[in-house]
Design a protein around this ligand. Structure first.
Ligand code: ZN
Length: 504
């Protein structure tokens, strides 16, 4: 039994002004063949689970191509055509296949295809034909379209946020594909997409309302004959028709049972909708609370500058507010290659005065002029073998400078945009975040695996930016209407939210 595995994984923030061109993918990582094995085998990413399926189920898994880049703006026409073109060419040249395993994100948008994941699934389906099982494992932030479900045999979504289970879910997906090839099961998928958006600050699966949603998913999986069930939280920064939550059930042979489970999940989540609306403090409020804490570090989540969500990584909004309020002792990263170069030129120990951060766009604050001492310069590379968000292991922040400012802030200036998902980012630069009073982590949920163990308190902060929790900030053109909470009087009647089932 021979299975192909490949993917183009991108979470597209359509409000970001940084296009995902071919160069961005090439820099972020396009791996082919054995490069995929080297990069992913020892990680906890989706691709690692697909590769592991070979040993686990005694099949041959051939890695073809894996392309990903940080969650920036829309995928250019050129990047989509080149990468997907190569994916299909490899599938053709090295086929035929008994099955295909797709490692997608589920919230990709290209210039030509708002539903890029659905387009890729459709092209793969067209190439291998209707009888070859196609499995797809996707991120919990996927905006699942009917087309993605129609064109795949089984789709499995992560069940944790922060995402600590991509490898497990990929294995689950691969197992269903293998059993389908063997003729042991006949998966039928049902998708339910109620008009529901869960605010990004409510998406942590360790707390309500998502804790209850995930428990419901587990209960649905326990129903007789159910092969898999999923709840996608959706990605609100992709302005597409399918933006929002989605509920998926995969049953062995019974379309009615799949549909009933998907509708039950959707109905239960819909009833929790009032708990899914964002309600978090302003930077000033959050900073006052943090400054009043008797013990630190208090971790402030900079929601508007969520690097994992496609932001600029150089927001100065919280830093500026802290300086205005006279609050000292902040630790935070800032993407600022220009400031890094200036500090490197000055050298370790030098005292510099320069403008840092706020250089990408006006949404993420203005450059802040600071004076301080260059404490360390490092290559910005770090490794984290523990399961961090998304399962990645190797990180590269580019040349990194630690700047201690005269007003007692510690700024970690980086040359590449890297999320704050691992403490190794700080340790490798010689900084001990445990000893700081206030740590700014750019993100919403993704920094939790790293910072929750050391934080005395975590406060989500309502900062502006392309990933702000305040969705009224964005001018949506393609989203569905009505959609709760944009239209607070939206209603959900399952009969009018069509269920899509792949023909058995
Ligand atoms: Zn995600």
């Amino acid at each position: 039994m021979r299975l192909a595995t490949l993917g183009l994984s991108h979470e597209t923030n359509t409000f970001s002004r940084v296009p995902a061109d071919y160069e961005q993918f090439a820099r972020g990582g396009i791996a082919r063949g054995d490069e995929i094995v080297r990069e992913y085998r020892d990680s906890n990413a989706t691709m690692a689970g697909f590769l592991e399926a070979a040993d686990r189920f005694g099949v041959v898994v051939v890695p073809l191509l894996m392309a990903r880049t940080g969650p920036i703006g829309t995928i250019t026409r050129d990047a989509f055509d080149r990468i997907v073109g190569e994916m299909l060419q490899l599938l053709t040249e090295q086929g035929p296949w008994d099955g295909v395993l797709l490692a997608q994100h589920g919230a990709a948008v290209s210039e030509a295809y708002p539903d890029a994941d659905g387009e890729i699934a459709a092209r793969v389906r067209a190439l291998v034909g209707p009888d070859v099982p196609v499995g797809m494992a996707i991120d919990m932030h996927a905006n699942i379209s009917p087309r993605m479900i129609e064109q795949t045999t089984v789709t499995v979504v992560y069940r944790t946020n922060p995402h600590l289970d991509p490898r497990e879910r990929a294995l689950e997906c691969a197992e269903l594909v293998v059993r389908t090839i063997e003729g042991a099961i006949r998966p039928i998928q049902a998708l339910e997409t109620p008009p529901l958006v869960i605010n990004i600050v409510k998406q942590f699966t360790g707390e309500e309302p998502m804790l209850g949603v995930v428990r419901d998913v587990e209960a649905a999986i326990g129903r007789p004959g159910m092969l898999s069930a999923s709840a996608a939280e959706g990605y609100p920064y992709a302005d597409v028709a399918e933006m929002g939550m989605a509920f998926l059930a995969v049953h062995d042979g019974d379309a009615g049972a799949a549909r009933d489970a998907a509708r039950w999940l959707a109905r239960r989540a819909w009833e929790r909708r009032a708990q899914m609306v964002g309600d978090i403090p302003s930077p000033e409020e959050a900073l006052r609370r943090a400054a009043a804490a008797t013990r630190g570090p208090v971790v402030l989540m900079d929601v508007g500058d969520n690097i994992g969500g496609g932001s600029s990584a150089d927001s100065t909004v919280i830093l500026e507010a802290a300086r205005r309020l006279g609050i000292r002792g902040l630790l935070q990263t800032l993407y600022d290659p220009e400031a890094v170069r200036a500090c490197v030129a000055a050298g370790v120990g030098a005292v510099v005065t320069l403008a840092v951060g706020g250089k990408t766009d006006e949404m993420h604050g203005r450059p802040v002029v600071v004076s301080g001492r260059v404490r360390t310069i490092s290559d910005g590379q770090f490794e984290d073998p523990t399961p961090t968000h998304g399962g990645f292991r190797y990180f590269d922040g580019g040349t990194t400078v630690v700047l201690e400012t005269t007003d007692e802030h510690t700024l970690v200036l980086e040359s590449r945009r890297v999320g704050n998902t691992s403490l190794e980012q700080m340790y490798s630069a010689g900084v001990r975040p445990e000893r700081k009073r206030i740590v700014v982590a750019k993100g919403v949920v993704s920094p939790r695996a790293a910072y929750a163990p050391i934080a005395t308190e975590i406060i989500l902060v309502n900062t502006p930016g392309v990933t702000t929790a305040d969705l009224s900030f964005f001018n949506y053109r393609r989203r569905r209407r009505p959609l709760y909470p944009f239209e607070a009087d939206a209603t959900y009647d399952p009969a009018s939210y069509t269920t899509y089932t792949r023909k058995p």
